[in-house]
Design a protein around this ligand. Structure first.
Ligand code: F6R
Length: 604
């Protein structure tokens, strides 16, 4: 959780720090702060609330200085108060630190530091870092060594950036939390994610765990915890700054919903050739010998994993999807080298998913990740990575990445079915892949003709919102409900259509619209389930093709173009995303930054 940024170079740092923080605000928005080194002490500005509020505070008294650090917080230790906002400083204000992650041994460090006479002003785990750093500055042979001694004492996960008064440098370290170095001609950046500095440079270096860096105006030195030099490759990011902006839309979420045709085209590009699935690092035979697949993921990615699991099972492959946070306690049977674990994670930084990945690897499984972020922890820890190529997603509610994950997993399911002897690739593979080719256009059609805005107003004020679907559409129904609840704050649930009559029907009233999703598989049963809800007074909103039988039954409709049943749910999902968006808009919710949430959840 949290986002950090740091910058050193020609000219004042403040504007670049604040803009960078705004681009990281999706990582947390409980409080924000910056510290600037200006030759006359370190100036710290920090407060609870969003970055726009910090900006208002700074306007009247813009700090000068070309070296600085910044932070946007998602609270873990201590409430979102001014005191708990980062940067945190040491006893004499000689050191300022920003941190993303959790210091697990902060309590014992704090006790020791208090014994040494340090006084603490916040409830955070982070505050031990500046105090420790200051403590070691007294005895260490150099500032760099004092920083290294500090970092060696920390247990847990961290990306840290620190300033020392009077010293023209930034000290940084990474263990378990993302940290990226951005290299421009006359300046260097550090950040939790690339959009923080993408306006200035697309050349990056990904820190490895255990790396320590010192950034000075004329260069960057990278070492390990023992002080030995390490070299890391400079990589070029293929996102452009416009990808990371709002592009004229009111919200990132709406922009990202509208980016789905492009994102999907990128996801598919080069992966279907001459009627065959070709996945870059997974040529034919890659998966022979695999006899069990475990998909591990959280939230929206878990729903995409459910999609993938369904297709794997249909192909005769033993596959299960697990909520990553539950995986460790519920691994079914022995994990072997013939078990393929697929960690599905947009950010590649979700702690629960990384924990499940590690557990599976320790037990000897083969592990791959399906992720959006090159250089992410998942991409580097897994044996192989398959990128969904959706482009940066800033809105906290995942939208385009769900469709790209589902498509990537569908292609992977075909690849696996071709390699595993006992499996059978889909008989209608040709038509399946042909309709995949048309999927970006189909999404475009939905976006151009949707009635979601009107439907959202029609049912606003309802007590609860239910989403039902069968098979692949069960995954979409669950995803629809998650989207709806996280941005509208209204109660929503997604059910397998057939499950409604086994309990949830008790909740159904004229105040509980039921969104029923149809994809051509067992639709008559889903229609019956919808009618059962309708008979109890619930209005039914059918999401189906124009001439579908559901249209004669439902109270309202959202239409989607004809396509293969495997892709139909992704079109229905676009309609549901838009209904959620407009419902949240009508309610005046902060759509891109829903309360209590953050996009990248790096705590378990
Ligand atoms: C919901 C949402 C979250 C994430 C979840 C996993 O809109 O975005 O539920 O899907 O936190 O995140 P990743 O995919 O980054 O592992």
């Amino acid at each position: 959780m949290c986002g950090i940024i740091a910058r050193i170079g020609d000219g004042d740092a403040i504007t670049k720090l604040v803009t960078g923080l705004q681009n990281l605000e999706y990582r947390g928005y409980d409080s924000a702060g910056v510290a600037i080194q200006n030759g006359a002490g370190i100036s710290v500005y920090k407060q609870s609330g969003q970055i726009s509020e910090l900006k208002d505070t700074i306007v009247g008294n813009v700090p000068k200085g070309n070296v600085g650090i910044g932070h946007t917080r998602w609270s873990t230790h201590g409430p979102p108060t001014d005191e708990n906002a980062h940067p945190h400083t040491s006893e004499t204000d000689k050191v300022a630190v920003v941190h993303n992650g959790i210091i697990e041994n902060y309590a014992e460090l704090k006790t020791w530091l208090k014994e040494q006479g340090h006084e603490f002003t916040s409830d955070t785990d982070t505050e031990v870092i500046p105090h420790l750093f200051e403590q070691y500055l007294e005895s260490a042979p150099s500032i760099e060594e004092a920083f290294r001694m500090t970092i060696r004492d920390l247990k847990g996960s961290y990306a840290v950036a620190a300033l020392v008064d009077g010293d023209h440098a930034i000290y940084a370290a990474r263990q378990g939390s993302p940290l990226i170095l951005g290299l421009d001609n006359d300046e260097y950046y550090l950040a939790s994610d690339v959009p923080a500095f993408l306006d200035h440079t697309d050349k990056v270096v990904y820190f490895e765990d255990g790396d320590i860096a010192v950034l000075e105006p004329n260069g960057v030195t990278m070492t390990n915890l023992d002080g030995d030099r390490v070299t890391r490759d400079v990589e070029q990011i293929d996102w452009n700054p416009e990808d990371a902006g709002k592009g004229g839309y009111d919200h990132y979420m709406l922009k990202e919903i509208h980016e789905q045709p492009n994102a999907l085209a990128n996801t598919i590009e080069g992966r279907v050739k001459d009627g065959e699935v070709k996945l870059e690092d997974f040529p034919k035979g890659t998966f022979s010998g695999i006899d069990d697949v475990h998909l591990v993921a959280c939230g929206t990615s878990y729903h995409a994993a459910l999609y993938g699991r369904h297709l794997l099972n249909e192909a005769g492959i033993r596959a299960q999807a697990f909520r990553a946070s539950e995986y460790v306690g519920s691994i079914p049977g022995p994990v072997t080298k013939n078990t393929l674990v697929i960690a599905v994670t947009q950010s590649g930084e979700t702690a629960d998913t990384l924990g499940a990945l590690r557990q599976a690897q320790e037990q000897g499984a083969r592990a791959i990740t399906v992720t959006n972020v090159m250089g992410s922890t998942a991409a580097r820890r897994a044996d192989d990575a398959l990128f969904i190529r959706a482009g940066p997603e800033i809105g906290v509610a995942a939208t385009k990445t769900f469709s790209s994950q589902a498509v990537t997993l569908s292609l992977l399911a075909i690849r696996l079915a071709e390699d595993i002897e006992t499996a059978k690739p889909p008989e209608d593979k040709t038509s399946l892949l042909q309709s995949l080719d048309r999927l970006p256009d189909n999404v475009e059609q939905v976006l151009a003709s949707t009635d979601a805005n009107r439907i959202a107003s029609q049912y606003s004020g309802s007590q609860s919102f239910f989403f039902i679907g069968r098979g692949l559409n069960n995954a979409v129904a669950k995803e629809g409900a998650l989207k709806f609840k996280e941005i509208t704050y209204e109660h929503a649930e997604g059910f397998a259509s057939g499950e409604l009559k086994h309990g949830p029907l008790a909740l159904v009233t004229p105040e509980t619209p039921v969104f029923a999703l149809f994809n051509g598989n067992n639709d008559e049963k889903t229609l019956k389930n919808a009618e059962e809800a309708q008979a109890r007074g619930a209005p039914i909103v059918a999401i189906a093709n124009e001439n579908h039988a559901a249209m004669n039954v439902a109270d309202s409709f959202l239409t989607i173009p004809e396509t293969h049943p495997v892709w139909s749910g992704l079109l229905a999902n676009v309609q549901v995303q838009l209904v959620s968006y407009y419902a949240a808009y009508d309610l005046g919710r902060p759509i891109d930054k829903p309360r209590n949430l953050a996009k990248s959840v790096t705590v378990e």
